[in-house]
Design a protein around this ligand. Structure first.
Ligand code: BTN
Length: 239
């Protein structure tokens, strides 16, 4: 059974669940109106005005789901995409492993963080930020980020979108083993055929993206060799 908690203000829903995971049940969804210290990947800040966007984290303690670690980013992205499709947003694509794009701009990001004890992962926190009603993006990300409002010219009720996400996430998780989420992500793969940098044995190499594999890794071709990429940033080369 999932638990849904909403709090007005907090430093970060993900930091809170990381520090307090022992006190909360598996599948606790914690959302907020405002984060004073929200973060994204690579230690970047994740800023959002109060009540403007969707900000929440999900606590995962179920061993079976934790063992499916590699699927969680993709399942979360698929649940985000489901709500965008439902409200009529077009030109959605999935940027492996954690981002959702609309018209070439990022609309949502997912951050997975594990909490380990004695070398064993005891919990995973999935942090999700979806730009909903922002009418202006910060100057540094203006060219790279968008919101549902900017794409549709309509304001949306955050609560309704959040509940749609929760439902879709739960149903995608229930069916995690049939990998239904993969076909949409493959067919709308933002990186497909793009030239990118990936890490190979710790070194940055140039590669062309070919596909997303059944085990959720990214299939690339680097100098004629097929490589399956499991982690690390994938940077697009614009030339
Ligand atoms: C990214 O694209 O870098 C991931 C962004 C994740 C942001 C969300 S907002 C809710 C949760 N709390 C945080 O501090 N971060 C995540």
């Amino acid at each position: 059974m999932s638990k849904y908690i909403h709090i007005r203000e907090i430093d970060s829903t993900s930091t809170y669940l990381k520090c307090n995971y022992k006190d909360y049940d598996n599948f606790t969804f914690l959302s907020c109106d405002y984060q004073s210290d929200g973060h994204g990947r690579n230690n970047k800040k994740w800023f959002s005005n109060k009540k403007e966007n969707l900000l929440f984290s999900i606590l995962i303690k179920d061993e079976k789901v934790i063992n499916n670690y590699a699927s969680l980013s993709l399942v979360s992205a698929k649940a985000i995409i489901d709500i965008l499709v439902e409200i009529g947003i077009n030109n959605i694509s999935y940027k492996w492993p954690n981002d959702v794009y609309v018209n070439d701009k990022k609309i949502s990001g997912v951050l997975l963080e594990g909490v380990s004890f004695n070398g064993i992962i005891e919990a995973i926190i999935i942090g999700v930020g979806i730009n909903v009603n922002s009418s202006e993006m910060d100057i540094e990300i203006k060219d790279k980020a968008t919101s549902i409002y900017l794409e549709s010219n309509k304001l949306f009720d955050i609560e309704i979108l959040k509940n749609k996400f929760y439902k879709s996430f739960e149903s995608n998780i229930e069916n995690i083993n049939d990998k239904k989420y993969l076909s949409y992500l493959r067919n709308n793969n933002y990186l497909l055929n793009r030239k990118v940098y990936v890490l190979k044995d710790g070194k940055k190499v140039v590669a062309k993206v070919i596909d997303i594999n059944d085990d959720n890794s990214l299939k690339v071709n680097t100098e004629g060799e097929i490589l399956d990429v499991y982690s690390g940033e994938v940077t697009i080369i614009n030339d």
